[in-house]
Design a protein around this ligand. Structure first.
Ligand SMILES: NC(=O)c1ccc[n+]([C@@H]2O[C@H](COP(=O)([O-])OP(=O)(O)OC[C@H]3O[C@@H](n4cnc5c(N)ncnc54)[C@H](O)[C@@H]3O)[C@@H](O)[C@H]2O)c1
Length: 269
């Protein structure tokens, strides 16, 4: 059944208080998953949990800073205590606000901003995976979804800590896919183009000159919506994707293809 792609799967989704993480949490639940909403933002995290429950789904909330091992371990304990296993880990959390507000080219980049960005956006993926893999190995199956960015492959420039962290997420995805593939765990990475979430909307509102340029890099004549990425995540988490692992999958309206090709010379308005 199309609406039961994740029936009874237990999914832990980091950074699901808002944005794409929230869209994924809601869609996973609609497909029958039991969802652990994990985030540093307790208020919005509870809102996501309530959205799911009010629609008849099964969800719990855990406060979790993905860069903090104690938080990550207690997040996993909540999922195991509530449902007894973890089938899917969706590493969606990233320091997006830090990227938009404080990221810079290397020579202007504050060392503490670099450290915090790497801690949340890259180390957070490692810590959450470290905590979830043992239970997946025990059950002989599992899915890990990571999120990179088109910016890691074709950087705009000026966001050096975020771009580096997201590049690391791609390499980590490939390395983990090799580590665990033959043990039943599939690991893939979604690489979104520009997706309009509340944070992105604020950035666009503050940087009107950038909007037209960014829109121009997308072949679909619109920027992304959180649901575009959530749809891919549901597919990758489901058995429909059981032959896919170690893949870096763009969900980017053609951004990488267009920006990386000569086509833009001919297609510009
Ligand atoms: N929006 C885009 O255009 C875009 C493009 C490419 C990639 N991405 C990636 O997609 C993912 C989702 O992006 P979004 O735009 O929905 O982000 P968002 O800023 O809307 O949401 C990020 C969520 O992560 C949470 N978070 C932040 N730090 C955390 C931490 N230390 N521990 C746990 N949770 C934390 C926030 O509270 C928030 O709920 C991110 O990995 C982002 O880097 C986004």
């Amino acid at each position: 059944m199309w609406n039961e792609l994740l029936k009874d799967r237990v999914a832990v989704i980091s950074g699901s208080a808002m944005g794409m993480g929230r869209a994924a949490a809601v869609l996973f639940a609609r497909h029958g998953a039991k969802v652990l909403v994990a985030d540093v933002d307790d208020e919005r995290g509870h809102d996501t949990m309530e959205l799911i429950r009010q629609a008849g789904g099964d969800a719990a909330f855990a406060h979790c800073d993905v860069s903090n091992w104690a938080d990550v371990r207690s997040m996993v304990e909540v999922a195991l205590r509530t449902w007894g296993r973890i089938d899917v880990l969706y590493n969606n959390a990233a320091a997006t606000r830090l990227c938009n507000e404080k990221d810079r080219a290397a020579h202007e980049l504050d060392e503490h901003v670099w450290d915090r960005q790497i801690d949340i956006t890259l180390k957070g993926v490692y810590l959450c995976s470290k905590a979830c893999v043992p239970t997946m190995l025990e059950h002989g199956r599992g899915v890990i979804l990571n999120v990179s960015s088109c910016d890691a492959i074709l950087p705009e420039g000026g966001f050096d800590s975020y771009t580096a962290a997201k590049g690391g997420v791609i390499s980590l995805t490939k390395s983990m896919a090799v580590n665990y593939g033959k043990k039943g765990i599939r690991i893939n990475c979604i690489s979104p183009g520009y997706v309009i979430t509340d944070v992105q909307k604020k950035w666009f509102d503050d940087n009107p000159a950038a909007v037209k340029a960014v829109e121009g890099y997308h072949l679909t004549r619109r920027l992304g919506r959180p649901e575009d990425v959530a749809n891919m995540a549901v597919f990758l988490a489901s058995d429909l994707a059981e032959f896919i692992t170690g893949a870096i999958i763009p969900v980017d309206g053609g951004y990488q293809m267009y920006k990386g090709s000569d086509a833009q010379r001919f297609c510009r308005d």
